[in-house]
Design a protein around this ligand. Structure first.
Ligand SMILES: Cc1cc2nc3c(=O)[nH]c(=O)nc-3n(C[C@H](O)[C@H](O)[C@H](O)COP(=O)(O)OP(=O)(O)OC[C@H]3O[C@@H](n4cnc5c(N)ncnc54)[C@H](O)[C@@H]3O)c2cc1C
Length: 405
């Protein structure tokens, strides 16, 4: 894949830059360099308003077909958008799971009515979604789902529990995988339902994370009734739809993410007197920098694979690499800063400034947040162990894992 810009792509980059210069101002300008994975609890409502602002400019869902309000951007245009976005230190995006997960699933598997109902509000940033997959006994082993839904008259009646549901408290809708055939087991008999979070019988209980944030929740369904049309795909065939959703999880934003890691790393190094550090730590920092470059080349490889179709094991290689790298960086930051950096009762340097602007302050410093939150990277969107299994089986052709069942 050739990564140099054509003149049309340069014009596209100019358009992105002009828009960001004109709109990343005022309260949104105050969010520069803030937000992002693990830091969404700083100002969730403002980050959601920023999504709506992006929509106004036509920057939400640039990969979507134009008939549904997208721009039908090429893969490379999408990369340009994400790279330019990060160059501007624009706010780390709140996970917009309508845009990244529910929307593409509805485009590919939804009925015409579902497309008309859901895609406009996803693309104009007015409705937000959460992902109802994990349960207390169904994480890596998702096929163990026990939440059930029964067709009663014109409604599905849902009972059960989901867990780790990110941003459920701010979401209008949830895509929920549940068992609709009570005699079924494992992958069969599951269905993919679209559940309004305002429905009676839904209870959301926040889970406080080690960072102090409450990004994710337990969600309980007690006789929740939804219209029988709110199913994507055929009843009992939800596994294929659920897996397709996971396939959209990460795309053209990978190079932008690598760039934001680089910015974070450089910001950190700028605060540190490297020459005063012990040789071993200096060596570790140099190695982290080299690995960041390897990540960039790996991400180019995954993009090339995407240009040729849906990436397979490349996506797992990329996920394993970036998540482990960022977790190691968090640990390295603590080694550089020393034992005191692990204490969490110090007020963040920017705490006062955040409060002045009406944003929630945090008791953690930026680097403590990186250290603590990066522990989650190797768990969500498929744990490192699961990624290694996929790489072993799909990329290296090793014998399939025994399920022991
Ligand atoms: C920050 C964050 C946000 C999340 N947001 C959401 C969300 O919005 N919606 C949602 O549905 N879920 C969400 N999750 C849940 C996430 O998908 C699960 O945590 C993940 O799938 C792992 O499942 P589990 O926690 O049940 O761990 P388990 O699957 O029980 O795994 C426990 C340990 O055993 C290992 N293990 C399990 N099976 C195997 C195997 N076959 N081979 C080798 N090792 C194995 C795992 O790697 C892990 O180390 C989120 C998680 C986090 C951390």
């Amino acid at each position: 894949m050739d990564f140099s810009l054509t003149s049309a792509e340069k014009d596209f980059k100019d358009e992105v830059e002009t828009w960001l210069n004109e709109n990343l101002t005022g309260e949104f300008g105050d969010l520069k360099g803030k937000g992002g994975t693990g830091r969404n609890d700083i100002a969730p409502e403002l980050l959601m308003a920023w999504e709506a602002k992006l929509a106004e400019g036509g920057w939400l869902g640039i990969n979507y077909p134009t008939e549904w309000g997208g721009r039908n951007c090429t893969l490379f245009e999408q990369v340009i958008f994400y790279m330019t976005y990060v160059e501007f230190k624009a706010p780390g995006r709140i996970p917009n799971m309508g845009l990244t997960l529910a929307g593409p699933t509805i485009v590919d598997y939804g009925t015409q009515e579902q497309k008309k109902r859901f895609l406009p509000s996803i693309l104009n940033g007015t409705e937000f979604w959460c992902q109802g997959y994990s349960e207390p006994d169904a994480g890596s082993d998702l096929a163990n789902i026990r939440t059930r839904a029964e067709l009663t008259g014109d409604s599905w009646v849902i009972n059960g529990q989901k867990i780790w549901t990110s941003l459920a408290q701010f979401s209008d809708w949830c895509f929920v995988v549940c068992r609709t055939d009570s005699d079924s087991a494992r992958h069969s008999g599951l269905s993919y339902l679209l559940v309004p979070m305002s429905a009676e019988g839904i209870e959301i209980r926040p889970i406080i994370q080690i960072t102090g944030g409450d990004e994710f929740n337990e969600v309980f369904f007690n006789d929740v009734r939804i219209d029988k049309e709110l199913i994507v795909g055929e009843p009992g065939h939800g596994w294929a739809v659920a897996m397709a959703t996971l396939g959209y999880e990460r795309g053209a934003s990978t190079l932008g993410q690598q760039l934001s890691f680089r910015q974070e790393f450089e910001d950190f190094l700028a605060e540190v007197d490297i020459s005063a550090l012990p040789p071993k730590i200096r060596q570790d920092l140099a190695q982290a920098y080299e690995q960041l470059e390897i990540m960039r080349f790996n991400n180019m490889r995954i993009l090339s694979a995407m240009a040729d179709g849906v990436p397979g094991a490349e996506a797992s290689i990329a996920k394993l690499y970036w998540s482990e790298w960022h977790k190691n960086l968090g640990e390295l930051m603590m080694s550089v800063l020393g034992a005191e950096a692990l204490a969490t009762d110090n007020i963040a340097e920017n705490g006062e400034e955040l409060e002045k602007n009406g944003l929630k302050s945090t008791i953690l410093s930026k680097w403590q947040e990186t250290f603590l939150y990066s522990r989650a990277h190797t768990i969500y969107a498929g744990t490192s162990e699961i990624q290694r299994t996929i790489i072993g089986e799909k990329a290296l052709g090793l014998p399939r894992e025994s399920k022991g069942k």
